[in-house]
Design a protein around this ligand. Structure first.
Ligand code: FES
Length: 166
């Protein structure tokens, strides 16, 4: 009945994979250099990706979108027997393993959301609360970046007089 429905090809060019996966060709090359995906070569030395690479790219994108570091993504993919593409069970095990990381990430995002409206210790001294929480950019002596977000304690605690070096 469905004899006119074309069955999907088993392998994809890099352009086809990029289009279907919603990532750039350069991102695919990067993933490949990192060992996250792999391709075969045609006799003309062109890359061909097995369709299951779509699933791997989706896995990578989802993991990255929730802040899982690329090295942890690579570790998870490399831990699968025979380098297989993650199955539903694999995803269950991997996400269980990442739960602590994800919980930490959620806490961090909550903190970021709550703290970003106040002085974050970035050295700009541009809001009135900076003079209370970071007078003369004292937090800048501890290092670069938004000190109160990078390390909320002890200098980032709510006592503006704490750890002023005096
Ligand atoms: S927000 Fe930049 S130093 Fe306060």
């Amino acid at each position: 009945m469905n004899e006119h429905v074309a069955s999907p090809r088993a392998s994809l060019t890099v352009g086809e994979l990029a289009r279907r996966a919603g990532v750039s060709v350069s991102a695919l090359h990067f993933f490949e250099r990192q060992g996250l995906i792999s391709s075969d070569r045609t006799s003309g030395n062109q890359r061909r990706y097995r369709r299951e690479m779509l699933r791997r790219v989706a896995f990578i994108r989802i993991a990255r979108s929730v802040g899982i570091p690329l090295k942890d993504v690579a570790e998870a993919l490399n831990s699968l027997p025979g380098g297989r593409t993650p199955t539903r069970d694999d995803w269950q095990h991997i996400s269980d393993r990442w739960r602590r990381l994800l919980d930490e990430r959620i806490r961090e995002l909550h903190r970021l959301r709550d703290d970003f409206t106040g002085c974050i210790g970035c050295g700009c001294l541009s809001i009135d609360r900076c003079t209370l929480f970071n007078p003369d950019d004292r937090l800048g002596r501890e290092g670069p970046g938004p000190r109160r977000l990078i390390d909320p304690s002890p200098s980032g605690d709510s006592d503006p007089d704490a750890h002023t070096g005096e």
